[in-house]
Design a protein around this ligand. Structure first.
Ligand code: WTA
Length: 655
């Protein structure tokens, strides 16, 4: 074994794994692989013991009588128990004397700052809970939250959780059409939004987008508007009210609802393989215990940590590791409103320095952007407060890993590469920083209670080193419960490959030590800058344009975004193609989904390769774009001639 320097990670014998330093391991919650393996084994063999002990660290109005009731594919965890997530995030800490501790250290994009204690956060949540209830929102009413990254987004989520209303947060970068779809699918009655939010020095028209989304919709009874930038917005009498007016008269006391363990908590829409996003439904107790436990162990939280997750509350990472996980654990966290490169690429590092951030959790796409921007944005900042780094959302390429490790972590901080999904609710595969030897680009070992496997088409485990489908073989507390309003789609999408086992949709490889590397999606879902987008969603946006007849969308490798969106479009009339049509279509997709879905490249073609039954053969397009050739099986193609034109188009057009 190599001599380990005291405060740095070290390469183990085979030079590809970094072992935790003795210093880190000694102070960690889990400090060796032996301990990890014992706990993991116990968590699978005796889940009542493992999850029971974790759950008892939280508050229950009524205890559970059974840990799990599993009738595949439907799980109920902590049956008969009553609890409240907002109570556990706030009141529990107040009762423990932590009311004065900072919950959120917030920095706005223009540089304004706020420090909010647990007591203050509790007060705001109680007030908003009262406002919602007096607005007729009750248990199971659906509330849309369309907010910038401001503490009020957290307040809104927790106020819903406190009264048992179901929140559905819509990412602030999504368009009016996307909001409308989510309102309709969820049956929401109330929207919480802001006048506008800041992004790269410009304002994002949040209220205006909400107005467009509900212009022809009578289902929304009320819109509560937080005044973030003081940008004038139109307010419809009888429907729209100001947050500050509502809160001014709301009582600061509120008794948290005693909710059933399986009470629905939130619906979060995510992309799948059809044109319609799926409403992933999570429920109260299992999600609470899952986010609490994973946050505690994977980030190895200590009382004095300053934790910063750079995600947006509009994504699952923002739900589980900004709002719920950290607050359940009572840590102090940093929240930042704006873009990483505003006013320049030093912004994140000046925030780390100012707030003495000790745990930093971000996405590989951001890391690649920082590498490209250059180290001069980092060198003048003191990053010595950092002790642990994390990544999420997409595979991290080894070059980015090494840069993150050396330049940001000064070769001292373990990196936890966390694999999970909107559906899984909480981290599923990740190193435990004091125990697990880390190999760059590998998510490593399953978390406690997670029975992960890599299977072949017949359901047999793949040998070490051979890629297969990543599945989870047993239910886990924070798992999705269904797709809202579409249980058949839930069964088909996740449980039909191997009976009783959850199909993740990802490909993976396991090595001989059980370390898991994620290869990427196996379905028609792209991962663009760490965000999931369905190819079918973009295609349906394209064909909604009056000039477009057909569209096929594929992903191509992209240096910064991970995957770029490449579209093949046939027009209803070839002569309608004009030099500006590409940018018109990009804008059109941006309008119908959001700016993140704007295509990187559009090829116009007179035909698409199809099977005789009319299915577009995207794999051929993908091969052509990625390799410049088509060698795949062509026996099922209806008209091989289209390939010649496609080749000429792709190879002849450079941008
Ligand atoms: C991908 C984000 C490799 C994966 C939390 C998954 C990852 C999808 C990783 C879920 C990782 C997430 N390494 N790939 N550490 N984390 N993914 O629902 O393809 O937005 O299925 O949840 O992101 O994306 P979602």
């Amino acid at each position: 074994m190599n001599q380990r320097p005291n405060n740095s990670l070290s390469l183990s014998d085979n030079d590809s794994f970094y072992s935790p330093s003795d210093d880190f391991a000694q102070q960690a919650r889990v400090s060796s692989m032996t301990q990890y393996r014992q706990m993991h084994e116990m968590s699978l063999q005796k889940p009542e013991l493992f999850w029971g002990a974790e759950a008892r660290e939280l508050h229950w109005f009524t205890p559970w009588n059974q840990l799990l009731n599993w009738e595949s594919p439907h799980a109920q965890w902590f049956t008969e128990a009553k609890t409240n997530l907002a109570f556990n995030c706030l009141d529990r800490h107040l009762e423990a004397g932590l009311g004065e501790k900072a919950a959120i250290l917030w920095e706005g994009e223009p540089g304004d700052t706020r420090a909010i204690s647990y007591k203050e956060l509790h007060q705001e949540v109680c007030k908003l809970a009262n406002v919602l209830q007096s607005s007729g929102i009750g248990a199971e009413s659906r509330v849309i939250i369309y907010m910038p990254m401001i503490p009020e987004a957290t307040v809104a989520m927790l106020a819903c959780a406190r009264i048992g209303a179901v929140h559905s947060v819509v990412f602030g970068g999504f368009s009016a059409d996307s909001i409308r779809d989510r309102i309709e699918d969820s049956g929401a009655e109330l929207v919480i939004t802001a006048d506008t939010g800041w992004r790269r020095g410009k304002t994002v028209p949040l209220k205006e987008n909400v107005d467009k989304a509900i212009s022809s919709n009578s289902q929304i009874k009320k819109v509560i508007v937080y005044q973030r930038t003081n940008t004038p917005v139109s307010m419809q009498a009888g429907r729209d009210t100001w947050w500050h007016d509502e809160m001014a008269s709301a009582p600061g006391q509120h008794e948290a609802a005693k909710l059933d363990a399986e009470h629905p908590l939130f619906i979060l829409y995510t992309s799948g393989s059809t044109g319609k996003p799926k409403g992933i439904l999570h429920t109260t107790a299992g999600y609470m215990v899952g986010t609490y436990t994973t946050c505690k162990y994977v980030f190895d939280l200590r009382k004095d940590d300053v934790y910063w997750c750079t995600a947006d509350v509009g994504w699952i990472t923002g739900h589980s590791y900004i709002t719920y996980g950290p607050l359940l654990n009572g840590v102090t966290q940093v929240m930042y409103e704006g873009a990483p490169n505003y006013p320049d690429f030093s912004r994140f590092w000046s925030i780390v320095e100012t707030y003495k951030v000790s745990i930093f959790y971000t996405a590989p796409t951001a890391i690649r952007a920082f590498i490209k921007a250059g180290d001069e944005f980092i060198k003048d900042h003191d990053l010595s407060s950092l002790r642990l780094l994390g990544t999420v959302g997409e595979p991290i390429n080894p070059a980015a890993w090494h840069w993150y490790y050396e330049t940001i972590g000064n070769s001292r901080c373990p990196i936890v590469d966390t694999w999970w999904q909107t559906e899984t609710g909480a981290i599923m595969i990740a190193p435990l920083p004091g125990a697990t030897p880390i190999r760059p680009g590998t998510a490593t070992q399953p978390f406690f209670g997670i029975d992960a496997a890599v299977l072949d088409e017949n359901g047999n485990p793949c040998p070490p080193g051979v890629a297969g489908k990543l599945v989870i073989q047993k239910p886990w507390p924070s798992m999705l419960r269904t797709i809202y309003g579409d249980d058949d789609r839930y069964r088909d999408t996740y449980w039909s490959d191997y009976p009783g086992k959850y199909t993740t949709g990802d490909g993976a490889i396991m090595d001989e030590h059980g370390n898991i590397s994620i290869v990427g999606r196996l379905d028609d879902v792209l991962n663009v800058s760490g965000h999931r987008l369905g190819t079918a969603e973009i295609e349906s946006a394209l064909v909604a344009h009056p000039l477009v007849a057909e569209a096929a969308v594929i992903g191509a490798p992209h240096e910064l975004k991970g995957e770029a969106i490449v579209c093949f479009v046939t027009l209803k009339a070839a002569e309608s193609q004009s030099p500006s049509l590409s940018s018109e279509l990009r804008e059109h997709v941006g309008q119908s989904i959001g700016a993140i879905a704007k295509p990187d490249q559009i090829y116009f073609t007179s035909g698409l390769p199809k099977t005789r039954s009319g299915k577009i053969m995207r794999r051929l397009l993908k091969e052509l774009v990625n390799t410049g050739e088509i060698t795949g099986n062509l026996s099922t193609i209806e008209d091989p001639h289209v390939l010649e034109e496609l080749k000429a188009t792709v190879l002849g057009v450079s941008s």
